[in-house]
Unconditional design. Structure first.
Length: 469
RNA sequence: GGAGCCAUCGCCAAGUUGGUAAGGCCGUAGAUUGCAAAUCUGCUAUUCACCAGUUCGAGUCUGGUUGGCUCCUCCA
């Protein structure tokens, strides 16, 4: 397995801390609003990583956190009058539901910041004891970036002369402009705060990840050099979030946080980054109202995870056509029992994914397999061995890439209710009768009628089948 | 102002160590079909934003130009 390390900026052979075990930690969402397509893409990217590593027989431990205490959540609490827990629970449930709809496998560990306060406090206290962190008069605790010689090695942002136009907040009590908050002191009665030895307040954004990784991974997957194998997240987290995480962990534990860093690209709408501030967010829940989760998944993973992804409906329909072809093949080999996948196919698709998740090549091998199989099936429609093998191939695709697992006839009938189905069947019967009588005017009229209903029909050796367009 | 990324067929999109441009959609010709659809087969970039350089050889390396994007503030 080769992966692109976005800190070293090169593709590296994946050599885990413990042979055949892979620990992955991905920064999850701050749960104050619904998940948008960007969350989905990040989730999907690391889902593919996890699935690929599993297919390569690694024992994968995946961690993904929920930031459930933060300024925006508190603002929502104040606005809505709901409790913090009500809000975060709601969005966490939504998030999990939607990601599952996209075929994302659940993480093994899903820690919440509010459930990790002890670990957070002890890590901060440790840093204070070493004088790497300091408490200011307000009660805020800052990390002293000047104490970490390696600060800046993650994002390669070095040589800050303070002359740049950095928009770092200016706080006179900070020792260095780049110092960041580990802990934010309470701001009055409206605030949500926790008691600690240093002050009453709540964790800063970066500390929770460090603390949670320390708490959940270090003893099972860590080493003297690294806490975990792979740390992932969106490209925008590289700085300052991951830089700061790395600094905290390095100073608190004496070893590096992650051996490899991976970052996924953005989802753009009309060529621009999708974000709250631009007001062009596209929520997963809205997309799921229009498109089946599997179709969305198939589309969102169709571009390499590191590239930016330009979301548009035309491309989505394009990728749906590719998925349709896979399901048409599945129809041809159903019903049967899967045997073993084709060795060459299995090797090719795994090799593609092992190369830093080269999904394009993986999809091309699928096209190859579909085409070759259809060809053979045209020659010999009753090749049982081929059918069994093909079904196994498709099962492999489902396991590795997370699509193609549906029952093929129902795939083409998503969103059609039973009454309509009955009507369609009746019309097809009538058309077949007309065809037997060679009344082609009649049969074509029926086909037009079905077409007007959004139903396409195809006459096959096994009778007439239909698909929703 | 600082840092970085990207630019490959009408559209989407691969292309580690330089060796002579995957795949899909669309289009098109044919096989098949009562006609279609589905399926199969053939065709579809002498060329990789532009300019210069290194090299026997560059989409791939170097320098420059143009255009687009991101980060430096919460952000997947």
């Amino acid at each position: 397995m080769y992966i692109y390390d976005s800190v070293k900026k090169t593709k590296l052979l994946f050599e885990p801390i413990i042979p055949q075990k892979a620990s992955i930690y991905v920064c999850g969402p701050t749960v104050y609003d619904d998940a948008h397509l960007g969350h989905a893409r990040s989730s999907l990217s690391f889902d593919l990583l996890s699935r690929t590593l599993k297919a390569l027989r690694y024992e994968v431990t995946m961690g993904k956190n929920f930031t459930d205490i933060d300024d925006k959540i508190i603002k929502k609490v104040q606005e809505t009058g709901q409790s913090l827990e009500e809000i975060t629970t709601h969005y966490i449930n939504r998030y999990q539901e939607e990601m599952r709809a996209l075929g994302v496998q659940d993480a093994d560990i899903e820690p919440k910041a509010t459930e990790s306060l002890e670990a957070i406090e002890s890590m901060i206290q440790g840093l204070i004891d070493k004088d790497i962190a300091y408490v200011v008069s307000s009660g805020d605790v800052y990390f002293d970036t000047s104490k970490d010689a390696n600060y800046g090695t993650i994002s390669h942002k070095v040589g800050d002369d303070e002359e740049n136009q950095s928009r770092v907040e200016h706080n006179s009590e900070k020792r260095n402009p780049k110092d960041f908050a580990l802990w934010k002191a309470c701001h009055g009665d409206e605030d949500i705060c926790f008691e600690t030895k240093f002050s009453k307040g709540r964790p800063g954004w970066h500390i929770e990840c460090s603390a949670m990784i320390e708490k959940h991974f270090t003893h099972t997957h860590g080493s003297d050099e690294y806490s975990i194998d792979i740390h992932g997240g969106g490209a925008d987290l590289l700085f300052p979030h991951h830089e700061n995480e790395a600094a905290q962990s390095r100073c608190a534990t004496g070893h590096e946080l992650a051996k490899y860093w991976m970052h996924n690209g953005f989802v753009n709408i009309n060529g621009e980054k999708m974000s709250k501030s631009l007001g062009n967010s596209f929520f997963v829940k809205d997309a799921l109202k229009v498109y089946d989760g599997e179709i969305l998944r198939n589309y969102l993973i169709s571009v390499h995870y590191r590239n930016d992804f330009n979301f548009n409906e035309e491309d989505l329909l394009n990728s749906k056509k590719r998925l349709d072809k896979l399901y048409r093949l599945k129809k041809r080999v159903t019903p049967t029992k899967a045997s073993k996948p084709n060795i060459a196919f299995q090797k090719a698709i795994l090799e593609a994914m092992s190369d830093d998740l080269n999904i394009s090549v993986a999809l091309a091998t699928i096209e190859d397999m579909i085409s070759a199989t259809n060809d053979k099936l045209d020659e010999n429609p009753k090749d049982k061995g081929l059918k069994k093998e093909t079904l196994a191939n498709i099962e492999l695709i489902d396991k590795l890439l997370g699509f193609g697992g549906k029952e093929p006839f129902s795939y083409f009938q998503i969103g059609i209710d039973d009454d309509t189905k009955e009507k369609i069947e009746t019309l097809i019967e009538a058309r077949n009768q007309a065809k037997i009588e060679k009344n082609y005017e009649q049969s074509d009229a029926i086909r037009d009628e079905l077409s007007a209903m959004g139903i396409a029909i195809m006459d096959t050796a096994n009778g007439t089948v239909w698909e929703k367009l």
